[in-house]
Design a protein around this ligand. Structure first.
Ligand SMILES: CC1=C(/C=C/C(C)=C/C=C/C(C)=C/C=O)C(C)(C)CCC1
Ligand SMILES: [Fe+2]
Length: 539
């Protein structure tokens, strides 16, 4: 896997035309914009972990059946400092770095300790977020970077902390039909409290927004959930929403704040401050979007680790939510470059298989229900929720499918009943080898795969005016380890999973993480799904 993970990728600053075989639907006009790590070596220094790599943005612009590719490194402060020093000088997830060797270490350590939480990286490599008309590259720290989605230029550095007290925030925000952004962040030991803060960035304001005013200035706290522990809040990577509720999992995969505060002087990475606590429960917090208050019932389930929520919805007084769950926190261990580059087949073997699980929670718990009774009577799921004493409900999920990761849905169905999960298929390693369409109703799946091809997250784009959930196409950037095969943008018919077209580009493409599709102006995304009144941005 040296080809994929071993080398720094070159930027493709000028748009290059791809060689298209097959036929791209005429209605598909816009830009697929994606993010991921592209550089793991700076001078003589090398990052330890795949998630540490410097953010490389890339885009496929689809116009009149043609595809144009370009890529550019995010000019984060981290990137600039590293390139100037010709070595890694900013710490990332799996690599602790020291700006000035020896001479400055104590003053640095002192300032780190006095602030408890150090200044994190702005190497925003995970995803792209849309905020009104603006686009941001995101990671999980307090920094996001505004970007130009056409030229891939890096614009302002935004510190979430200026608008809402969070030290960390997910790179998987949700969007409502008006384009308002909902996200969750962690506020660490702020005024003696550690909280999970759900915040809203209104993309639109009732009286309209003043030209040039950043939506972030209107960020508001939607609801806060006190962390169970001041010094060991849970790590999370995404959350779920339905029309009336927000689902937040406080899972036993936790950050140790004391370890983080001393990581710099101990010479260890942030990653070493994360640990799975198999003896703890997973607490399920539900927030009512109408009252902005947490539901008082104490829902919990067995210990698990979830990175990606798939979708959630309400049915007959129950809240159903689907996640990709692991038995432990070993996944991030597999992404150490040492595991990916050397003896990949041995070192990057999954010990816990990602499993699509459905949970069902009763929204109103009958106080008189017998302890031990199952409160779920839905015919659509075998998930159970057992009444326990003291307002506690123990949730037992239904196992739907194994080997899925990087799930995407038709976002017009976000928070609503839905049937299809589009995901990357992982077998023995965390690096996807297939793309899968999983049908929750029939519990069957169809796949796309090709020898020596490593697909990225599949993204669904609906056909304009589509009525069926799967009426649209799937886009995925594919990198290949076959030296004879160029990387390409794959276009599948989302209904049949047959290949409509591929656009091959003569560049060294990186394996990316997440992204979004930006339809060209003039094509009204509000017309995609008949049920929507207002345009919903594609994520
Ligand atoms: C730098 C940094 C972090 C970075 C985490 C990252 C970069 C996670 C990436 C996750 C991905 C890519 C998951 C894919 O499913 C933490 C631990 C939040 C906190 C400490 C500082
Ligand atoms: Fe993710």
């Amino acid at each position: 896997m040296e080809i994929i993970f071993g080398r720094n990728k070159k930027e493709q600053l000028e748009p290059v035309r791809a060689r298209v075989t097959g036929k791209i639907p005429a209605w598909l006009q816009g830009t697929l914009l994606r993010n991921g790590p592209g550089m793991h070596t700076v001078g003589e220094t090398r990052y330890n972990h795949w998630f540490d790599g410097l953010a490389l943005l890339h885009s496929f612009t689809i116009r009149n059946g043609e595809v144009y590719y370009r890529s550019k490194y995010l000019r984060s402060d981290t990137y600039t400092a590293n390139i100037e020093a010709n070595r890694i000088v900013v710490s990332e997830f799996g690599t602790m770095a020291y700006p000035d060797p020896c001479k400055n270490i104590f003053s640095k350590a002192f300032s780190y300790l006095s602030h408890t939480i150090p200044d994190f990286t702005d190497n925003c490599l995970i995803n792209i977020m849309r905020c009104g008309e603006d686009f941001y590259a995101t990671t999980e720290t307090n920094y996001i970077r505004k970007i130009n989605p056409q030229t891939l230029e890096t614009l302002e550095k935004v510190d979430y902390r200026k608008y809402v007290a969070v030290n960390l925030a997910t790179s998987h925000p949700h969007y409502d039909t008006a384009g308002n952004v909902l996200n969750v962040g962690t506020s660490i030991v702020d005024k003696g409290k550690t909280k999970y803060v759900i915040f809203k960035i209104p993309a639109t304001l009732p009286g309209g927004r003043k030209e040039g005013r950043s939506p972030l200035k209107d960020t508001e706290v939607f609801c806060s959930i006190a962390a169970r522990s001041l010094l060991s809040p849970s790590y999370y990577h995404s959350f779920g929403v339905t029309e009336n509720y927000i689902i937040f999992l406080e899972q036993p995969f936790k950050l140790d704040i004391l370890k983080m505060a001393t990581a710099y002087i101990r010479g260890v990475s942030w990653a070493s401050c994360l640990a799975f606590h198999g003896e703890d429960k997973t607490h399920v917090h539900i927030v009512d979007r109408r009252t902005r208050k947490p539901v008082l019932t104490k829902y919990y389930t067995d210990p698990m680790v979830v990175f990606h929520h798939v979708n959630a919805y309400e049915e007959d007084g129950c809240l159903l939510f689907d996640v990709i769950a692991y038995e432990d926190g070993s996944l991030y261990q597999l992404f150490y470059l040492a595991n990916l580059n050397k003896d990949f087949k041995e070192n990057a073997r999954l010990t816990s298989v990602p499993t699509l699980k459905r949970f069902a929670l009763p929204l109103h718990v009958d106080k008189n229900a017998e302890v031990g009774s199952n409160l779920i009577e839905l015919s659509s799921t075998r998930a159970r929720a057992l009444k326990e004493k003291d307002d506690q409900v123990y949730c037992q999920p239904e196992l739907l499918s194994e080997g899925l990761e990087l799930p995407r849905i038709n976002y017009a169905h976000n928070g609503k009943p839905y049937r299809y999960v589009f995901a990357a298929g992982v077998q023995w390693s965390p690096i996807p080898t297939k793309i899968i369409k999983y049908d929750i109703l029939t519990k069957s799946s169809v796949e796309w795969g090709e020898a020596q091809c490593w697909p990225a997250e599949p993204l669904f784009v609906p056909t304009p005016g589509a009525k069926d959930e799967d009426d649209g196409i799937i886009l995925s950037a594919i990198v290949s380890t076959d030296p004879q095969k160029l990387p390409f943008l794959l276009v599948l018919d989302a209904r049949t999973f047959t290949e409509l077209a591929r656009a091959s580009v003569d560049v060294e493409m990186h394996l990316d993480i997440h992204g979004l599709f930006i339809p060209d102006a003039g094509w009204d995304p509000g017309k995609q799904a008949p049920s929507q009144e207002e345009p919903a941005p594609q994520t």
